[in-house]
Ligand binder design. Sequence first.
Ligand code: NAD
Length: 349
Amino acid sequence: MSIFSDSAFDNHEQVVFASDPETGLKAVIAVHNTNLGPSLGGCRMWPYASEQDAIHDVLRLSRGMTYKSALVNLPLGGGKSVIIGDPRSQKTPALFRAVGRAVERLNGRYIVAEDVGTSPADMTEIASQTSHVGGINDGKDPARTGDPSPFTAYGVFIGLKEAVKYKNGSDDLNGMRVAVQGLGNVGFHLCEMLHKAGAELIVADINSVAVERAITELGAKAVSIDEILSVNADILAPCALGGIINDTSIASLKAGIIAGAANNQLEADRHGEVLREMGVLYAPDYVINAGGVVEVHYCRQGRPVSETNSHIESIGATVREIFERADRENKSTGFIADRLAEERFGKKA
Ligand code: NAD
């Protein structure tokens, strides 16, 4: 098994293996970088095929959080945790209390939140053992449900509008055709905002109930999941899966702008370079989908939703800086986003 030589290790400050024989907990907590503040990142529960897979995943995800928090100007570093186990059959309250004790032992260097396979109820168990936890809804603010998705959608909306402004000189979405792949928690909220701004929606989801709802409530036009990426649209907003911009899909893209919530939309960095050569403006996913992390931070601080929203609006200026610099330096927007993040968190060579 390799850890220091794992491709995602990238000088992690600390990697902790947490176990608890009574509950069967096997978890890994990775703290990538705390230059800007304590590391924050979700706790993922997943039935990893091997321990190496779990380690690689936590390292990759925690490194990503350093970049995301730095670019959205939060006083936070990057961290993440994974529990090796099946969330459908192996969750117990005691397991999450054991996670809470492991987080507490890190003394605030890592703040845990929800992720794939974990829920607000699990965070409540963790919170019984440590204060270093986010994503807990205290019920004090009705605009806050504990669900970060509407805030993620708002950041994507801001980033998308900035991309339109950069390309067209105006951020007016009236009559613009936006193809949205995935109508889940983020995608549907984004569609509502786009509809309100006058955009025409073209949507696809494997969930026919969500598609029907978009048709009836938002006047969307539905296409099949095989057509959505190549549909005739001004903007493509991927809000379902990663890796959708790849060697197979890239040539058939028709949208001039890609701006969506899905993580890791480009299968490889080189696809960002191809998009640039094609004249497609790509708003890097982790830059514009950071609204949820902003909300977790403000919620933890007990600060109002209005402050979350005004902070999220700063995503517009960041993504514009990335577009301008990418043009000046003839580089892909993803490449520039990474360099800007590294400048902000002070990456050492
Ligand atoms: P979700 O699971 O609620 O929604 C995903 C939707 O995509 C579902 O409706 C699903 O049916 C659909 N889908 C799955 N396969 C599809 C396919 N082949 N074609 C079309 N639709 C398909 O997830 P979410 O919370 O809305 O997140 C969406 C994306 O945004 C994910 O990649 C997630 O990692 C990323 N993201 C989410 C947040 C957040 O706050 N929820 C934050 C940052 C990034």
